[in-house]
Every structure is written in structure tokens, then in C-alpha cells.
Design a binder for this molecule. Structure first.
Ligand code: SDX
Length: 430
């Protein structure tokens, strides 16, 4: 808390509201006593101006394009870390020693398999079931396989965090195998986390399969970049569900569902579909930039804009570079990458995008890499969920350990009918 405050004058009242200052100078007015002392609540659709918590996990400076996990810049982690090490950093608040990382990695490896009964769930899904729906369904159902476990809550919470980190790639890979009619591939725990996922996705029992090291490195990078992002829609959802005391399985399922929206994690699939539409339309980039600006059209440049970043999303910059590097190494010339670059160039010169501070976000280039890796478009958001999982787990852990945590229950301002009579049905008019 700072020793500063803001004065609220209302009717014949004057109220001093304390101001809370964070590590990087961000200030929040503490309104926790507002309603008790004035009868007033605040109104802030979309929580554009409202902080739901204090958090020590991720810091974003949207004006400067800064993103740090536990104080470490995303550029440094992208260059030097791997996904499990970054997951440890987010969840436990520090970089692991070599021994801690080895033990964590081994714990995750021990839980990569799914109960054999879960495989039968996939028989019930249609072949073209969206993999985000499968991911959410299976994660939610995992709870019934552990519902009778008792013991130290902290131990069980830690075990379930490890189980989720270990099993999400297997669940995702099984969904892909179901969609292509190939046998499910069991995890091979002699392989690293990202290598194991790609192995489960693309190997078959019919032949030996070695995962391309470039794809392993690129996947580590992408998952690190997606790992956490303050109180975004899906993370705020995980916190809300967790605040009721619901299980980790329920909270993570809710996060998966929130992430699936096209304005959030679903945007990476929308970007590719938009680029394919522009490509099919002769690559007429200007037409679509104009459409995105038009008030008459609901079309938006998917992968552009952000609630917090009013400068470049630092993740987009890193992914764009990784995109160029991987496609060159794979000798892949993807016309959608050229269109994406033309779209970016056109938009960033356009006053509409400049004035509204709309820049490419994390979703703008990621799909092009996933395409090059052979990931189907409808599974791009599943890849986002694989990356975001440690962030959700870290934020849920922080919420559970925060003594200030209360069940989330926002207020509202009622705008419906005043006291009304019950009209008998024979007297009602259509
Ligand atoms: C993610 O929160 C996070 O941190 C999310 C995320 C994470 O890591 O968790 O970063 C991941 O979700 C990235 C965002 C992916 N979504 C998209 O790419 C979808 C396209 N972008 C948007 O719809 C939009 O920019 C949002 C949803 C990302 C942000 O929405 P806001 O902050 O509510 O802003 P807004 O919708 O009120 O837009 C402000 C103005 C509007 O114009 P006016 O009504 O003021 O005239 O900008 C316009 C919008 O019409 N605008 C766009 C636009 N995005 C905003 N116009 C054209 N194209 C766009 N993409």
C-alpha cells in the first residue's frame, strides 16, 4: 500500500480511498470499502480499468511492449529456457536448480499416460469433433479418476498440477489421432516433453519416427511464449472458478473453454482462416485492411489488437522471427506468410490502426508455424492451451495461497422492470 490516496466526493460525503502501488509503479485504487461507506459500486464492463488481484507472476507494460515472467524478460526465456523450466519458474516462483528441474521433469514423465478407460471416451466423439471441445471434455472427466483420493491438500494439489502438465499433451495427441483415424500413440518417456508430444502426434506403429530437432526447439519456444499473460480472459476464468473451491480439473476446464473464443485463444485459428480467405481472394490485402476499418463491416483483422499492448506484442516479434527461421530451414514457402507480412505492413502504415494502436499480437504469426509443423488448423488453440497451462496452474496456486482471496462475486447495476404484478395467463397479450 502507498501512503497516497484518492478523495471521492459524493453527495455530502468525502471518502479517502487508499492507493496500492505495485513493483513497477502501477497504482490501483483500493475500493474494497466503497459500497460499505457510500452505497456506491463501480461499473466497468470487461474490467478494462479494474484489477481483480495482486499478482507476482507476470508483468506486462503494454505501452513499452514488455513481458516478464517472475521478473525475467520473455526474450531471455525464449532464448535460454525450455518449457518445463519456464513452467517451474511460473508455478514455484524461481528458476529451478539442475536437481530440482530433473526431479520435476521425472515427476511429469511419470504421469504422461491416461487411464485406459479414457481412450473409450474418444470412441464417442465424431471424427470432426473440434479438439478444444475434446480437450475440455477429457480434462473435466479426469476428475472422476481421482475423486476418491484423500490426503494432504497441498500434496494432492501439487500432484494434480503435475498430472495436468503431463497429460494435456497426451489428450491433445489422442484427439489428433482420432481425427486422422490412426492408432493412439502412447507417450515415450525417454523423450523430452515437446519431443514426446510431437512423437505422439506424428509417429505411427508402422515405422520408426524421429522428431525433427528444429520442431522440438520451435515448440519449446512457442509454449514458453504462451505460458502466462496476467489476468487475461481465460486466466481470470480459472481464478473465478478456483475461488469457489472447485477442483483444479474444473478450473482448468473452464480456462480451456474461455480460451476457445475467437477473440482470445481461438484467434490463432481465425488468423489462418482469414489469411486463406485473402489468399483465395487474390491476395488483395488492401481490400481486407479497408474492410477491417469499415464501421459497416464486422470484419476484424484477426491477430491484431490487444487490451493491454498498445505497442508491439513482444511475443509476436519473436514468433515472426522464428517463423522465418523455421520455414527457411524447412525450405517451405508459405504464401500465407507473405500475405501476413503484407497485411502487417499495410496496417501499420494506416492511420486507423496507428490511432487505435492495433499491432500484431501473439496469434498473428503463430498459426503459420503450427501449419509448417503439420498441426491441423483446428488444433491451433489446443497448442495455445498446452502453452498456457502452467500459467493457469501458477495463477490458481497463487489465488489459493493469497489470504485476501474471496469467492469471486461481482456486483451489478439493475436496469430491469420495477416491482411488477403476475398477470394471469388469460389476460396476457402477445
Ligand atoms: C489473446 O488478454 C490477453 O492477454 C490475451 C492474450 C493472452 O496471451 O492471453 O494476449 C491472447 O487473446 C490475443 C488477442 C487475440 N484476439 C484477436 O486477435 C482478435 C482480434 N482483436 C480484437 O478483437 C481485439 O483487439 C481484442 C479482443 C484483442 C481486444 O479488444 P478490446 O481491448 O476490448 O478492444 P476493442 O474491441 O474495444 O477495440 C478497440 C477499437 C474498436 O474500435 P471502436 O469501437 O473504438 O471504433 O479497436 C477496434 C475496435 O473496433 N479493433 C479492431 C481490431 N481490434 C480492435 N479493428 C480491426 N481489427 C482488429 N483486430
Amino acid at each position: 500500500m502507498t501512503n497516497s490516496s484518492v478523495e471521492l466526493k459524493y453527495q455530502n460525503q468525502s471518502l479517502q480511498l487508499p492507493v496500492f502501488e505495485g513493483t513497477e509503479g502501477e497504482k490501483g485504487v483500493d475500493i474494497s470499502q466503497l459500497r460499505a461507506k457510500t452505497g456506491l459500486i463501480t461499473l466497468d464492463p470487461g474490467f478494462v480499468n479494474t484489477g481483480s488481484c495482486t499478482s507476482g507472476i507476470t508483468f506486462i507494460d503494454g505501452d513499452k511492449g514488455i513481458l516478464r515472467y517472475r521478473g525475467i524478460p520473455i526474450e531471455v526465456l525464449a532464448e535460454r529456457s525450455n518449457f518445463l523450466e519456464t513452467s517451474y519458474l511460473l508455478i514455484y516462483g524461481k528458476l529451478p536448480t539442475a536437481d530440482e528441474l530433473e526431479k520435476f521433469t521425472q515427476r511429469v514423465k511419470r504421469h504422461t499416460m491416461l487411464h485406459e478407460d479414457i481412450k473409450r471416451f474418444y470412441d464417442g466423439f465424431p471424427r470432426d469433433a473440434h479438439p478444444m471441445a475434446i480437450l475440455g471434455s477429457v480434462v473435466c472427466s479426469l476428475s472422476v479418476f481421482y475423486q476418491h483420493e484423500t490426503g494432504d491438500p497441498a500434496y494432492l494439489a501439487e500432484l494434480n498440477r503435475v498430472r495436468l502438465l503431463a497429460k494435456l499433451p497426451t489428450i491433445a495427441a489422442y484427439a489428433y489421432k482420432k481425427s486422422v483415424g490412426q492408432p493412439f500413440i502412447y507417450p515415450d518417456n525417454s523423450r523430452s516433453y515437446c519431443e514426446n508430444f510431437l512423437y505422439m502426434m506424428f509417429s505411427t506403429p508402422a515405422e520408426r519416427y524421429e522428431v525433427d530437432p528444429d520442431l522440438i526447439d520451435t515448440l519449446n519456444l512457442l509454449l514458453i511464449l504462451h505460458a502466462d499473460h496476467e489476468q487475461n480472459c481465460s486466466t481470470a476464468t480459472v481464478r473465478m472458478v478456483q475461488s469457489s473451491g472447485a477442483s483444479m480439473w474444473a478450473s482448468i476446464t473452464a480456462g480451456i473453454c474461455a480460451l476457445s473464443g475467437p477473440l482470445h485463444g481461438g484467434a490463432n485459428q481465425e488468423v489462418i482462416e482469414m489469411l486463406e480467405q485473402i489468399h483465395a481472394d487474390g491476395g488483395n490485402v488492401k481490400k481486407y485492411v479497408d474492410l477491417a476499418k469499415s464501421k459497416e463491416s464486422s470484419f476484424r483483422l484477426m491477430g491484431f489488437g490487444h487490451r493491454v499492448y498498445k505497442n508491439f506484442d513482444p511475443r509476436a516479434k519473436i514468433i515472426k522471427t522464428a517463423c522465418d527461421k523455421l520455414l527457411k530451414k524447412m525450405k517451405v514457402a508459405d504464401p500465407l506468410l507473405d500475405i501476413a507480412k503484407q497485411l502487417e505492413e499495410a496496417a501499420l502504415k494506416d492511420s486507423y490502426f496507428i490511432e487505435k494502436k492495433l499491432y500484431p499480437n501473439v496469434d498473428f504469426y503463430s498459426g503459420i508455424i503450427y501449419r509448417a509443423m503439420g498441426i491441423p488448423v483446428n488444433a491451433f488453440t489446443v497448442m495455445f492451451a498446452l502453452g498456457r497451462l502452467p500459467g493457469w496452474l501458477a495463477q490458481a496456486k497463487e489465488l489459493n495461497e493469497d489470504k485476501a482471496t474471496k469467492i469471486g462475486r461481482p456486483r451489478q447495476v439493475y436496469t430491469g422492470p420495477a416491482l411488477s404484478d403476475y398477470t394471469p395467463i388469460e389476460k396476457r397479450k402477445a
